[in-house]
Design a binder for this molecule. Structure first.
Ligand SMILES: [Zn+2]
Length: 354
């Protein structure tokens, strides 16, 4: 199994998010996730990586998995020691990936998906990873909704899981910022990638607004305005995704200025938190348009999931192993001022961690 975490998205254009994958020790190592071995008791993880569909609401409140209000976090502030063995994050017994702040006498001190310092008795340790995938949205922030009801949050997670598997097949270690249908504020997504010392963070989305009919897919990648490496990561992902999607005979929609773009606000800063917050090199891909019924139908197919997963893994692998420049760059920055602060901590309900 795998887990990934995700950050919140933007009001119109999309969001960012990710999650990690849970495996038992042997399969985790085999899969290249690079989990450390420990002597802790392990329980079966709640997500199967080969079972890509997560029903909406699966991680929402239930008797077994109550949501915890962000204000009631069991913060601890004393008796914390540095985590042993270079543990950067853990996969909790419920399959949530969280940064480790330290160890206490009874377990790990972690930061919950809502940013609350709390303590858990055990978890599957994660050392640093090369790649963090961020399935956009989740919980109360479902992103775009297709007719007759597929949500972007679920689709992003399905795609992220397949992409994580593709990276594992290449022995590239990976974690997800989001592993179920729960909310993760964008800052916590960024902090997880930074905690895991990832070489690349890719946030995965499907686009919302209406766009004009096009002979080409309307794929867009948003990159950090001041990072050449972010732009190269985005250009390589764009190149591979466009090549993969162009093989499908679909009535696409696209903006006329689609491509690899920097999106800045009136202050000249990256408009999207997933580009603005992390130290990690990052990019956000809007694969295509969930708002377009023809494309939404394609997204239901295994052919689509396999194609975009392989394409993103190809782009990421080229970023990590070559100096290829990528393509699709749009010279003129796009101006965007988010009208509301999606992806924030306010109202965040964390899933149970154990
Ligand atoms: Zn989105």
């Amino acid at each position: 199994m795998m887990m990934v975490a995700v950050l919140g998205g933007a009001a119109i254009v999309g969001c960012a998010g990710q999650r990690p994958v849970l495996l038992d020790d042997a399969s985790a190592v085999d899969a290249g996730i690079g989990m450390a071995t420990t002597t802790e008791t392990r329980k079966p993880a709640p997500f199967e990586i080969d079972e890509p569909v997560i029903a909406p609401g699966e991680m929402l409140a239930s008797d077994d998995n109550p949501l915890v209000d962000v204000g009631s976090g069991d913060g601890t502030g004393s008796g914390i020691f540095p985590a042993r063995g270079g543990v950067k994050a853990v996969v909790t017994p419920t399959g949530v990936v969280v940064p480790v702040l330290g160890q206490s006498e009874s377990g790990y001190v972690v930061e919950s998906p809502c940013g609350i310092e709390t303590e858990i008795t055990w978890g599957q340790p994660l050392p640093s990873v090369r790649v963090v995938l961020d399935p956009g949205h989740g919980g109360t922030e479902q992103g775009a909704v297709a007719e007759p009801g597929r949500t972007e949050a679920e689709l992003n997670l399905r795609v992220a899981r397949r992409t994580a598997l593709a990276l594992q097949d290449r022995e590239i270690s990976v974690a997800l910022t989001r592993t179920g249908d729960y909310r993760v504020p964008v800052l916590q997504r960024a902090r997880l990638a930074d905690a895991l010392e990832a070489d690349a963070l890719l946030s995965i989305h499907h686009n919302t607004p209406r766009a004009a009919p096009s002979v080409r897919p309307g794929t867009e990648v948003y990159v950090q305005g001041t990072s050449a490496e972010s732009q190269r990561l985005g250009g390589l992902v764009y190149e591979e995704v466009m090549a993969a999607l162009s093989q499908f005979d679909v009535d696409w929609v696209s903006r006329s200025d689609a491509g690899v773009v920097t999106v800045i606000d009136d202050n000249g800063e990256d408009a999207f938190g997933i580009n603005r917050h992390p130290e990690t090199v990052t990019a956000l891909v809007e694969l295509a348009y969930l708002a377009n019924p023809a494309e939404a139908a394609l997204f239901e197919t295994d052919e689509y999931l396999d194609a975009v997963a392989a394409a993103m893994a190809d782009g990421i692998e080229r970023y990590l192993t070559t100096q290829d420049p990528g393509s699709g760059y749009v010279d003129i920055p796009r101006i965007f001022n988010p009208s509301d602060e999606t992806g924030g901590v306010e109202g965040c309900l964390a899933p149970a961690l154990e």
